[in-house]
Design a protein around this ligand. Structure first.
Ligand code: DGL
Length: 276
């Protein structure tokens, strides 16, 4: 088998860059292809059907660009599209390729981290409504109590590069207070949207020091490393150039300017036209 496939990292926008950064730290040897559907972000307020259709279209595009393995570095897409893609579509369109999500790896570690067994989830309305975290947590850790709060304003603040502004404080405090007000025993909060680590500074400012916030980057990176060890047939296809290419469905200039802030480095971006 020839090593000629970059690992695909998909998000509706910039959020997946927080996952990509940690994956590249943990597994620097591989090539990566980042794909942001910025033209249609946010996904978090859209219906199941639309998130599924958009995600599948992007995954097929990433397959056409040479990815054999795609990580949905987006909780909303993982919650609303992953299972259908894995079970319904992959067997027909690409039985040898794989698509993985970010929810299960996050849930797998949660029971080892919480001491009180009272856990909070901050996520997009779509992820919260899907109930995916509750369903997965019940499977792995039935004694864990989960409280969720949807944060519809957080992704737009980040996508518009307003997350460090004074105005952002209002919305950070609003959703955080709503979540923590539900249960005083919450000791661990999942940042269940890949955009949210960008708000971590402000989140910590308004939260008690006793509450731990879980970003997904390191967890997903560790889980991918483990997956590649357990699946040598996939690992052998991943190309080893330590190179990352970036693609967006939006304007290249807009993506480069914002992504450089996220990644703190200059990057070269190409436009993809999905014909929509
Ligand atoms: N980054 C995505 C997630 O992890 C959501 C962004 C969006 O709403 O499009 O859920």
């Amino acid at each position: 088998m020839r090593r000629n496939s970059p690992i695909g990292i998909f998000d509706s926008g910039y959020g997946g860059l927080t996952i990509l950064e940690q994956i590249r730290k943990r597994l620097p040897q591989y090539d990566y292809l980042y794909f942001g559907d910025n033209a249609r972000t946010p996904y978090g307020t859209r219906s199941f059907e639309v998130v599924y259709r958009y995600t599948l279209q992007c995954v097929e595009q990433m397959f056409a660009m040479g990815c054999e393995l795609v990580i949905l570095a987006c909780n909303t897409a993982s919650a609303k599209a992953l299972r259908s893609i894995q079970q319904r579509d992959l067997p027909h369109i690409a039985p040898e390729r794989r698509v993985l999500g970010v929810i299960r790896p996050t849930v797998e570690v949660i029971g080892q981290i919480t001491k009180t067994n009272h856990v909070g989830l901050l996520a997009t309305p779509g992820t919260v409504q899907s109930d995916s975290y509750r369903i997965e947590i019940e499977k792995y850790y039935p004694s864990v109590v989960l409280h969720s709060e949807a944060c519809p304003m957080w992704v737009p603040l980040i996508e518009n590069n307003e997350h460090l502004s004074e105005g952002a404080d209002y919305f950070v405090k609003k959703y955080l207070d709503a979540l923590l007000g539900k249960d005083g025993m919450i000791d661990t909060v999942i940042l269940g949207c890949t955009h949210y680590p960008l708000l971590l500074g402000k989140i910590r400012k308004y939260a008690p020091a006793s509450v731990r916030f879980l970003s997904q980057g390191e967890i997903v990176a560790e889980s991918l490393a483990d997956y590649l060890v357990r699946h040598p047939e996939m690992e052998e296809r991943c190309s080893l150039g330590a190179f990352c290419s970036y693609f967006t469905t939006e304007s290249v200039d807009k993506f480069s300017a914002s992504a450089s802030i996220f990644l703190r480095e200059d990057i070269k971006v190409s436009h993809v036209d999905l014909g929509v």
